[in-house]
Design a protein around this ligand. Structure first.
Ligand code: MG
Ligand code: MG
Length: 643
């Protein structure tokens, strides 16, 4: 099986696109005509450039408005095809993709179109090239892949093949079963694209909103299942028109494309009981977060430790060779790293105090890293002292680390092996924080789909549809990625506005990262009262919210009074309830904690309350452009937020 990507997927000029495609590990490319026309070099130069990069120009596309033309246009369009063949000869490409006609003066009729393709096939054969036909979802007469296939079948010419594009097939909701009976050697090219489910005309939907397989909501898996059933193992390519991708780094988008292909094809082969063309290690379940690691500067360390104590954590261990401590409460483990060298310190220098690593529990840590690396993730190794555990890791969001621990290889013994136990001074009974309920990561809007794919390709995790949340400074897109059992829940947030809290976090924290961590408790009122007793300041929620809650919920007055007194937000889904509260920011950059109580199997994240929370947080943050406090030019958390 040969993998390719169309140049139209990427930002940049043709040379930049080809470099990004080669660097992402592709060996074949589809050249989109406009990329060639707008390039300031000859087709022969493009051919040399591709050859130097080890890339084969597998497809030249698209050839438009060909079939069903009345004379004299029919003759003209055939000579136009000859000129394309000339350009292809210079490019060193032997395959022209033709998409169905949208011209108002074109004529319908399967036999007419088949006769046109037979003639095109004759001309192509004389030039030593092939052509293949794709039904656009908005084609004038041919917009259904079954008609396009019938035209190719009746053209009955070895130089004329069929193109299947998942977008055009899936947006129309066409029956996928007929794909299974198409002879695989007649399918010259498969193009894969996903997209969110939108109510929109096909053309606009296609030109602006496509995404890589696994990033959208179309049933690309069902499409691939039908394709796998044919036994197809030919050229499989990505053709994505996306406003987001056009604004993003071509290198990252090309790599995401390759990752999505590996993931989608491996999964489809497994489901179909066929040998996988890529043979990835199996997709593991993520069993939860073993620990979160904070990197903290020495001067801010005492204040942060005071926050942890006030939250009810106690120091459980001290690293045997590093200035690193382990804090524990319930099933929550936090690591505080104040080293002056190594990864955490570099992260601190670049981002300030922040969560620099997350460790996830899996069944087999080594196999998880092998899968991650096969999916083009970047492995990470750091020297450890003799006797200490070497925990496998890959690079995650914003240069942070994702560690993997398992019990099979004893990595879950890290707390005894790497840490010496300490009797923490003043260890109290805790505040009832029992677990990490979810973590929220903030990133740029262009990057969001990359991280959706990163997590869902690596783990057995699913994404829920993206939601738009109102922030006083603009719209925040929020997308949840979670495993079926709720062991690992991740909220990804991004915004196109510079003035939302999300965007300001990106500026303040010098890049994408973890913006909040939510702890689970079985009794939020008791927990919140415990936090307050320890000196933690909670995010004040306006009176209006509780007045409204009185009218729209069936909570009694006493229950609402209890929520009001403790600045707790409330949401309900059927009989299930969600109660949550927020601390004020505890780190420069705006990082904060959330406390949540889920009752009756509530599965969401209180999205209805997000605008209330964002508005409340915005009131705490100085407006953009305001002079910063302190010698570093950055906010002083103690002065700014009163913690
Ligand atoms: Mg296409
Ligand atoms: Mg949250």
């Amino acid at each position: 099986m040969d993998f390719a990507i169309a140049t139209v997927c990427l930002s940049g000029t043709l040379d930049e696109k080809l470099q990004a495609i080669a660097r992402a590990g592709f060996r074949s490319v589809e050249i989109f005509e406009n990329d060639l026309l707008s390039y300031a070099g000859t087709p022969a130069e493009v051919r040399r450039m591709a050859e130097d990069l080890g890339l084969r120009i597998a497809v030249y596309q698209p050839f438009r408005d060909f079939e069903g033309m009345p004379e004299p246009r029919r003759s003209k369009v055939l000579s136009r095809a000859e000129r394309k063949f000339d350009a292809m000869a210079e490019l060193g490409c032997d395959f022209l993709m033709v998409c169905s006609n949208v011209a108002p003066d074109s004529l319908g009729g399967i036999d007419r179109a088949a006769a046109d393709f037979r003639e095109l096939g004759e001309r192509a054969a004389q030039r030593g090239v092939r052509v293949a036909y794709e039904a656009l979802a908005w084609g004038r007469h041919v917009n259904d892949y079954r008609d396009a296939w019938e035209i190719v079948r009746r053209a009955d010419h070895p130089s004329v093949g069929f193109v299947l594009d998942s977008f055009h097939v899936l947006v129309r909701g066409t029956d996928l079963r007929p794909i299974r009976s198409i002879p695989p050697d007649r399918i010259f090219l498969v193009q894969l694209a996903d997209a969110p489910l939108l109510q929109m005309d096909y053309l606009s939907w296609s030109r602006h909103y496509r995404s890589f397989p696994g990033q959208g909501e179309l049933p690309v898996g069902d499409f691939l299942d039908a394709l796998v059933a044919t036994g197809f193992d030919g050229l499989t390519s990505l053709e994505i028109f996306s406003d987001r991708f056009r604004a993003a780094s071509s290198r990252r988008v090309a790599q995401d494309g390759h990752r999505s292909l590996l993931f989608a094809l491996d999964e489809a082969a497994r489901r179909g009981g066929r040998p996988s063309p890529v043979a990835l290690p199996p997709r593991p379940a993520c069993e939860g977060i073993e620990f979160l690691e904070f990197t903290i500067g020495e001067t801010a360390l005492p204040a942060f430790e005071a926050v942890l104590r006030a939250l009810g954590f106690r120091r459980a261990g001290r690293h045997r060779s590093k200035n690193v401590t382990h804090w524990r409460q319930g099933r929550v483990n936090l690591v505080v790293n104040a080293e002056l060298e190594g990864f955490a310190h570099s992260f601190y220098v670049a981002h300030g105090a922040a969560v620099c690593a997350m460790a996830l529990r899996v069944g087999d840590a080594r196999q998880t890293v092998d899968r991650a690396v096969a999916l083009l993730d970047e492995p990470f190794n750091q020297a450890v002292e003799t006797g200490e555990l070497e925990i496998p890791a890959v690079r995650g969001l914003g240069g942070s680390l994702l560690y993997f621990v398992d019990s099979a290889s004893g990595l879950d013994r890290l707390w005894e092996v790497d840490f010496a136990p300490v009797q923490d001074e003043g260890a109290a009974g805790g505040t009832g924080l029992a677990s990490i309920d979810h973590v929220a990561q903030t990133m740029s809007y262009e990057e969001m789909l990359s991280w959706v794919l990163f997590y869902t390709a690596l783990f057995r995790m699913e994404k829920t549809p993206a939601q738009a949340v109102i922030d006083p400074g603009g719209i925040v897109q929020s997308q949840v990625v979670e495993d079926a059992g709720g062991a690992f829940r991740l909220v990804l947030n991004a915004s196109q506005s510079d003035h939302t809290l999300s965007s300001r976090f990106l500026t303040e924290a010098f890049g994408p990262g973890m913006q909040h961590v939510a702890f689970g408790t079985a009794d939020i009122v008791a927990t919140v009262q415990g936090l307050r007793a320890g000196g933690i300041e909670l995010l004040p929620i306006p009176e209006n919210y509780y007045d409204d809650l009185e009218t729209r919920s069936d909570l009694d007055e006493a229950a609402i009074e209890q929520l009001r007194a403790n600045d707790i937000l409330y949401d309900r889904d059927g009989a299930a309830e969600f109660l949550h509260a927020y601390t004020k920011p505890v780190l420069e950059g705006g990082f904060f904690f959330e406390i949540v109580e889920r009752r009756g199997g509530y599965a969401g994240f209180g999205a209805a309350n997000a605008p209330i929370r964002l508005a409340a947080q915005s009131r705490l943050v100085p407006p953009p452009g305001m002079p910063r406090v302190g010698g570093t030019g950055r906010t002083d958390p103690a002065g700014e937020y009163g913690l």
